[in-house]
Write a protein that binds this ligand. Structure first.
Ligand code: ZN
Length: 888
């Protein structure tokens, strides 16, 4: 493969290109300068010793025993890590750092690659970037000087999607070449740029996928690892860039917050029939909170990559298709002034085997954004390695040769952020109903380097009064755009494929409004206001005071409003501490407690747990001196929760993360468990993505070794055993497409009422209006209008209210605006449709939510209803007389 060689960039040309704003495009022409006028730029003194040491580094082929990208061969992480360490030991251009450990305790690795001079000066270069990222108090003249002396940082990561194997394999060759090649081309790049290389953004997945591939060589088994390639998220590990829930996301943003790279390249593979390589420009829309300069820089760099591939004779490359620039779930960097370069190479067959077609692969229709269709009928892993390498080198070359503009434009983006005058701020009032929701939001913003202030006294802003302790997030700060996009209502543009035609599908979902997802208030203030605040240096739960122990006739009580309360419930469950819930509102000492309030008899053991957990969560505990005479329930001590988690079902994985965070005692339902479901579980949760087929067929036992027997299908017999589990008294909680599966299982009298024609009805991930009956145990503690997360889901009409006893937990309003945030076409079809239903089936109970009440842990405010349902079903129902005695 020919990597474009260019012979020089003169200091004069570089300086000249600094002069004008918008010179990025002009400067791109400097990549192939006139050789005669070129002078070496900051030429390296010849370091004979270093060159000798570098020469001692084995080539990838020598080290791994095969050429990278060879058919049927994948390098594994246990060999890649020592190779990267060896390169760093032998080369003065590369440093190796283990940034931390992953979810499964693998090393998360960063290679920093630049000239020896830059690496020796790295602290100063980071300091310059830091100053340009937050330009408060920096004059344009000072910024120019910093842009002249600094170096852009180019962050490139591979392998977030671990079955897209080519990119992480290619990083082996990148590290070797940049460490060893003694050429003017490489020297110039390294003199002008610092490359931050994360060869595997999800090392756990690289281990799972590549090791499994090697292990199954020579067998008849399928070669692709069949389960989630990150413990909780699988492919959704690239949808976590604003909730920042996963270890790997946090390791990644710790690097972005430290280095402030100008470029963030995220290297992927698409399907076998996709263009051979996609790079930006993206499709519309882009989130308006991404600065216009950042969008333009993205386009310019993507086009430089496209040109590089085309110049090298690579066909089938294109831009402006499939991928948009909308959701923060796929991009943290762009709200931190860095461009996001998504690269998507076409995949080959079975990870590492040639894809062979009957004719040329991929679309053969030429267009201005897809100029030369691919003209061969095969596509190999080696070709993937070559094309992603060409794109990478064209990318680093373009930035290295235009380094002043990249730095100065980065500064300009920062200036625009800090000089924003309207809107002015978001205020998150103190004392909200769900302290966990507020805290989770503050944690996200804090991790996102957003400055959060706390009011030192009561104040008024935008015509509203706020108590002391309220949080103020000024938007004229470097990363104010990150706060704004997460706190505001999204207005997704109405994009059709053609006038009057079907909608243009967003690449992911359309809403990320944290106050609606989590359930708290954040008020936008447009004008200026005055209040004395303190900048927070950490996020702590609000201080709580444990009440004095109530008399033996009384109890501790905990409100049901916060979803965080289930962290407390988990601890009580683990210790077998008696825990009750009042089924109706009651009043004690003039204070009203809503239905669903937790009531805990006042033992020393209970007090210990409540005190610790209340302090950790900021959820207040109260005491009552007399237990009210109301109906109620006692949670089954050590309720046994089962989670249906078919192999590779992402939504089950996300719920598992939430369960682990909250220390819920649960286990995944295995094929072997169907012999005796009632003996193993009290309640079973059936998430989105669980279908009849995933239960009855499961993984094909002929294709996978015995270790996967837990995920093998259980047939019609197992299917009927799941039905028996409920009729004999078990609880089934189903949501999203899982609700449809429950409908099939019990022939629930529901009719799906939404039009299937997407030009008539369409909702690709948005927040909708919802009316909730908070007297139903499933919805205890809910805000009665908490929005529903809806992602291409169903909505139902109840066709026979008498087939099973049934209660409507939630529905869509009968009229009015159904859309709260995001994009919705045909909202009127939702009018009056039912969503959440609570059924009695035999001696058991079934709860169905047609919408996704647990979507990637984003809508935690709704997710609480899963916890309510799975503990309430198996609980013992008590009369007012029984409740009053609390089992005493
Ligand atoms: Zn991908």
């Amino acid at each position: 493969m020919t990597i474009s060689e260019s012979s020089g960039l003169s200091r004069r040309m570089l300086l000249r290109s600094t002069a004008a704003a918008g010179a990025a495009a002009a400067a791109a022409t400097v990549i192939h300068p006139d050789v005669a006028s070129a002078q070496p730029l900051a030429a390296q003194p010849t370091d004979v010793f270093a060159a000798t040491k570098a020469a001692a580094i084995p080539t990838p082929e020598q080290y791994f025993g095969f050429r990278i990208g060879s058919e049927g061969k994948l390098a594994t992480w246990d060999k890649m890590v020592p190779y990267f360490q060896l390169i760093a030991e032998q080369s003065n251009r590369v440093t190796y750092e283990e940034v931390g450990k992953t979810t499964d305790d693998n090393p998360y690795v960063l290679l920093t690659i630049s000239s020896p001079k830059n690496l020796n000066n790295l602290d100063r270069l980071i300091e310059i970037n830091d100053r340009l990222a937050d330009p408060r108090g920096l004059s344009p003249t000072e910024a120019e000087e910093l842009a002249r002396t600094g170096k852009p940082f180019y962050f490139v990561q591979a392998g977030i999607h671990s079955n897209e194997v080519g990119n992480s394999q290619a990083t082996i060759e990148w590290a070797h070449r940049l460490a060893t090649e003694q050429s003017e081309y490489v020297n110039k790049i390294l003199d002008n740029l610092v490359i931050l290389l994360v060869p595997a953004q999800n090392p756990d997945g690289l281990v799972l996928i590549n090791d499994y591939f090697v292990k199954t060589a020579g067998t008849n088994y399928a070669r692709t690892y069949p389960d989630l390639y990150q413990k909780y998220t699988g492919h959704d590990d690239n949808r976590d860039w604003f909730m920042l829930s996963q270890v790997e996301s946090n390791l990644n943003i710790s690097l972005l917050n430290k280095y402030h790279p100008q470029v963030f390249q995220d290297s992927h593979q698409a399907g076998t029939n996709a263009p051979r390589m996609f790079t930006p420009p993206y499709l519309s829309p882009y989130d308006p909170n991404i600065d216009a300069i950042t969008v333009q820089q993205t386009d310019a760099l993507g086009m430089a990559m496209q040109r590089g591939m085309t110049a090298a004779g690579m066909k089938g490359v294109g831009w402006g298709m499939t991928y948009d620039y909308w959701t923060p779930s796929r991009q943290y960097c762009v709200y931190h002034n860095s461009v996001r370069i998504l690269t998507e190479a076409a995949s080959c067959s079975n990870l590492a085997y040639p894809q062979v077609g009957n004719g040329p692969l991929g679309s053969q229709e030429s267009s201005i954004s897809f100029i030369e269709p691919y003209d061969q009928n095969t596509w190999t892993l080696r070709q993937i390695v070559d094309i992603v390498s060409q794109a990478f080198y064209s990318g680093i070359e373009a930035v290295a040769y235009d380094n002043y503009n990249w730095l100065y434009n980065f500064y300009r983006v920062g200036v625009k952020a800090i000089t924003r005058t309207s809107p002015r701020a978001y205020v998150i009032p103190a004392g909200q109903r769900d302290p966990q929701a507020v805290r989770d939001a503050l944690d996200i913003l804090f991790k996102g380097a957003v400055e959060i202030h706390q009011a030192q006294s009561a104040f008024s802003a935008g015509g509203q009064q706020y108590p002391a302790g309220s949080y103020v997030i000024y938007l004229n700060q470097p990363y104010g755009g990150f706060a704004k996009t997460l706190l505001e209502v999204q207005e997704y543009p109405h994009l059709l494929q053609y006038p009057g035609g079907p909608p243009q599908r967003p690449y992911d979902v359309t809403a990320q409004t944290l106050p609606m997802l989590l359930g708290f208030k954040a008020n936008l203030v447009t004008g200026s206001f005055s209040v004395t605040t303190k900048l927070l240096t950490e996020i702590k739960p609000p201080a709580v005071t444990m009440p004095a122990a109530p008399p033996s006739t009384g109890a501790y009580v905990i409100g049901p409003e916060s979803y965080g309360v289930f962290q407390i419930v988990s601890r009580l469950q683990k210790q077998g501490i008696p825990t009750f819930r009042a089924a109706a509102q009651f009043v004690d000492a003039g204070r009203t407690f809503p239905a669903g309030t937790f009531v805990v008899p006042p033992t020393d053991a209970a007090r210990q747990i409540l005190q610790n957990q209340s302090r950790n969560t900021g959820i207040p505990i109260s005491a009552i001196s007399v237990v009210p005479r109301v109906a109620g329930a006692q949670l089954k001590p050590r309720t046994r929760i089962g989670l249906l988690k078919p192999a590779n079902n992402i939504q089950s994985g996300w719920l598992m993360w939430m369960f682990d965070q909250y220390e819920v005692t649960y286990s995944v339902v295995k094929a072997q468990d169907y012999k005796n479901l009632s003996g193993r579980f009290d309640a079973i949760v059936m998430p989105e993505g669980v279908s009849k087929s995933s239960i009855t067929n499961g993984l094909n036992r002929n294709n996978y070794p015995e270790e996967w027997s837990w995920a093998f299908g259980v047939g019609e017999d197992g299917w009927s055993k799941l039905r028996d589990f409920v009729t004999a008294g078990g609880t089934l909680v189903a949501y999203g497409s899982g609700a449809n599966t429950a409908q099939q299982l019990f022939e629930l009298p529901l009719r799906s009422i939404l039009p299937s024609d997407s030009s008539v009805f369409y909702c690709p991930g948005a927040l909708l209006s919802q009316d909730i009956d908070t007297l139903d145990p499933v919805a205890w503690g809910m805000d009665p209008h908490h929005p529903a997360w809806f992602d291409g889901d169903r909505a139902y009409q109840l066709t026979d209210p008498n087939k099973y006893p049934v209660h409507v937990v939630s529905k869509y309003p009968d009229s009015g605006e159904q859309l709260q945030s995001g994009w919705l076409i045909g909202g009127e079809y939702l009018n009056g449709a039912v969503n959440g239903l609570s059924w009695t089936v035999g001696s058991g109970s079934v709860v169905t939510f047609a919408s996704e009440i647990a979507f990637r842990t984003w809508n935690r405010g709704e997710e609480k209803m899963i916890f309510n349902a799975m503990y309430h079903g198996p609980s013992q129902k008590l009369t007012p007389e029984q409740f009053e005695r609390l089992g005493r």
